[in-house]
Design a binder for this molecule. Structure first.
Ligand code: HEM
Length: 224
């Protein structure tokens, strides 16, 4: 197993598997976050369920490991490929054969990483270790995650960072989605076009969905 991981194909395989795992996390995360639009009680109860459910709690450390492996192996492969690239041969102009996101996956990944550090320190860290307000629903006390999130989304530059993060994420997924299937050998003539379409639709949903939430609260604040 470790000798397989040591090959470039092994690393590509791991990047694809962790990438697909992160793609499915985003779908769950966006679905949970959309409950913000349904109001304070709905979102707080969903956030409480996510924080206390056994399966989801089990997935959290796996998610962290998935992110870490995805970043470490991508960085390793990108840097070693840079050194391996033959200089003597005629230069190929990749701009004519590949898309902008596919040439800039590493840069986009880096920008998403910076976004994630800011995001986790403001939301995740605050909910795990910070001082939070609690609200009683029925007979359970629940963290007021809604006020934490919406309190941030009335700051215009904060909303701008979230929209930029969602756009970087969408561009990263636009290439990453099909590339993951390609590396796993699942990208054939029949499924090539379909996977490209599914990837494009998924990327748009992620970008629009994650942008819509902060923009909705900022507009509500400015007009309300
Ligand atoms: C509208 C945009 C977003 C909102 C409102 C939001 C909200 C939140 C909240 C409230 C938490 C803390 C949950 C807890 O500790 O129980 C969280 C955690 C997290 N978010 Fe986001 N998020 C957004 C966008 C994103 C994006 C774009 C990414 C990925 C690039 C992301 C990745 C994560 C990760 C990895 C965690 C930690 C795992 C977890 O607690 O589920 N989030 N988010």
């Amino acid at each position: 197993m470790s000798s397989f991981i040591n090959t470039s194909i092994g690393k590509k395989f791991l990047i694809s598997i962790t990438g697909l795992f992160l793609i499915s996390f985003l779908a769950v995360h966006l679905t949970g976050n959309l409950f913000l639009l349904a109001g304070q009680e709905s979102f707080n109860l969903v956030a409480h369920f996510m924080a206390t459910d056994r399966v989801i709690s089990f997935m959290e450390p796996l998610l962290a490991v998935g992110f870490l492996l995805h970043i470490v192996f991508t960085a390793y492969l990108t840097i070693t490929n840079q050194f391996k690239r033959p200089q003597k041969f005629a230069k190929v102009d990749h701009r004519q054969t590949s898309s902008w996101p596919s040439q800039n996956m590493f840069v986009l990944g880096g920008l998403i990483f910076i976004f994630l550090v800011l995001h986790l320190s403001n939301f995740w860290y605050q909910m795990q270790f910070g001082e939070m307000d609690y609200i009683l629903y029925g007979d359970i006390w629940v963290q007021d995650a809604y006020s934490l999130v919406t309190g941030k989304f009335i700051i215009w530059w904060y909303v701008l960072i979230y929209v930029a993060g969602a756009v970087f994420l969408g561009l990263h997924l636009l290439h990453g989605f099909k590339s993951a299937f390609f590396s796993l050998g699942l990208y054939n003539k029949v499924w090539g076009g379909r996977l490209m379409l599914i990837g494009a639709i998924y990327s748009i949903i992620i970008t629009v969905g994650f942008s819509l939430i902060p923009v909705y609260f900022l507009i509500g604040h400015l007009t309300g």
